[in-house]
Design a protein around this ligand. Structure first.
Ligand SMILES: C[S@@+](CC[C@H](N)C(=O)[O-])C[C@H]1O[C@@H](n2cnc3c(N)ncnc32)[C@H](O)[C@@H]1O
Length: 400
């Protein structure tokens, strides 16, 4: 069937209408005339795959990934790098206009250094012995032998995973600045992981949350800081842009202030803030991550007060007048209780770091009652995917 793509949605999929229903087609561009295959019709929308391009967009480039047409891991490899950034700028502007009614956003773009081979962590799914990523909008596996957005050290491991003969499960592969590898396997199958022990660079294997070989953590280095990171602690997936986040944070923070770092993970941002002679408090729910943060406080000679717990349970018990609050929540953003308390705390500045511009724009639609947006940085942490890291500096309205 032949059709014309009208525009891209926020996930980078082409949109057209088939049988009067919105239809999503990966690896397409506006105004392209294409032939589709595998049309699947659902009650509110259809999805289809690209079979052939009849009339190409001038923006189209050949994707360097053999799996791109099907794989749900990346969304924008049909565009050159600068055009992917234009897509992301427009996506943020559209979301802020729609959800926060802000239409004059000035966005500073921070590019990735290596637009491929950048990710320090991947999660592979295994179903019926097939290993790979999910196909877009499905739970069908696209089998892969390599992933060009993952670090080369991770790619060297992918081919060995097949030897484990896992039928169903999930494998997370993480690589640090020395290319050391930690593997975290979740599966109910009998697994002979001894095969992995002899592979160079693998320093730890965790099976169903139990350490079965080596270490369940490694050290990661960003700038001059070292961080202990446990197998299940959060860490930014792109070391180059993580360093850029540190640089921007240093620019946005002042010295000798009281700083609260909510959702602090292994303590990265708290430690950077503490090094500027600030009195810093960090809060994190994951027990391994907060144990890492306390260790990282010692090895980096910083002086942060770390607390383990749920931000929304702790935030109303803090009896401190903070000058600056850093928030870096998961994709779901802030809940109502946390936003309400943030407004009551009346910190001069909020630095909102987000990996999801949709929830960011929703939260800012509330925070903007008391705060103005002073700076917006788009950090290209997730090149060639539709995902975006943002840093937004907010300033309390009643203070000059
Ligand atoms: C996006 S990460 C940010 C981590 C850190 N700022 C960094 O840059 O490495 C979000 C963190 O919030 C933590 N988290 C999730 N829900 C939480 C909650 N309700 N209270 C406290 N921490 C939470 C997660 O465990 C994760 O470490």
């Amino acid at each position: 069937m032949k059709t014309k793509i009208e525009k891209l949605n926020n996930q980078g999929e082409g949109i057209c209408y088939i049988n009067n229903k919105i239809t999503f087609i990966k690896n397409t561009l506006p105004n392209e005339i294409i032939e589709i295959k595998n049309l699947k019709q659902y009650s509110k929308y259809n999805i289809a795959s690209l079979k052939r391009i009849i009339d190409k967009s001038p923006l189209r480039i050949e994707s360097p990934c053999p799996y791109f047409n099907e794989c749900g891991g990346c969304d924008l490899q049909q565009l050159n790098y600068n055009d992917t950034l234009n897509f992301k700028v427009n996506k943020i502007k559209e979301l802020f206009y729609k959800y926060a009614h802000i239409n004059d956003l000035k966005i500073e773009v921070v590019k990735n250094k290596n637009d491929f081979y950048y990710r320090n962590k991947i999660v592979l799914k295994i179903i019926n012995g097939k290993i790979g990523y999910f196909k877009s909008r499905t739970q069908e596996i696209v089998e892969i032998k390599k992933c060009i957005i993952a670090k080369k050290s991770i790619n060297k491991i992918i081919s060995h995973i097949k030897c484990l003969n896992i039928m169903n499960g999930e494998i997370t592969i993480r690589s640090n600045y020395k290319d050391q590898i930690i593997i975290n396997i979740k599966s109910k199958d009998e697994i002979n992981f001894n095969l992995l022990k002899n592979i160079k660079n693998i320093i730890g294997i965790v099976l169903n949350d139990k350490l079965v070989y080596g270490h369940d953590f490694f050290l990661e280095q960003i700038d001059n800081y070292l961080f202990k990171v446990s197998y299940n602690s959060f860490f930014q997936v792109n070391n180059f842009t993580n360093e850029k986040i540190f640089e921007i944070l240093k620019e946005l923070l002042s010295n000798n202030q009281k700083v609260l770092d909510l959702y602090c993970g292994v303590g990265t941002l708290s430690i950077v803030a503490s090094k500027l002679d600030n009195e810093v408090y960090g809060i994190e729910i994951n027990e391994n991550a907060i144990e890492n943060a306390k260790y990282n406080n010692i090895i980096n000679n910083s002086n942060v007060n770390f607390t383990n717990g749920n931000v929304s349970d702790i935030i109303n018990k803090l009896n401190i007048q903070f000058d600056c609050i850093i928030v870096d929540p998961p994709r779901g953003g802030l809940n109502k209780k946390t936003i309400d308390y943030l407004s009551l705390l009346k910190a001069r500045n909020i630095i909102y770091i987000s990996c999801n511009p949709l929830t960011l724009s929703r939260d800012i639609s509330v925070l903007k009652n008391n705060y103005d947006i002073i700076k917006y940085y788009l950090i290209d942490t997730f090149s060639y995917t539709n995902h975006i890291e943002s840093i937004v500096l907010l300033k309390f309205k009643q203070i000059d």
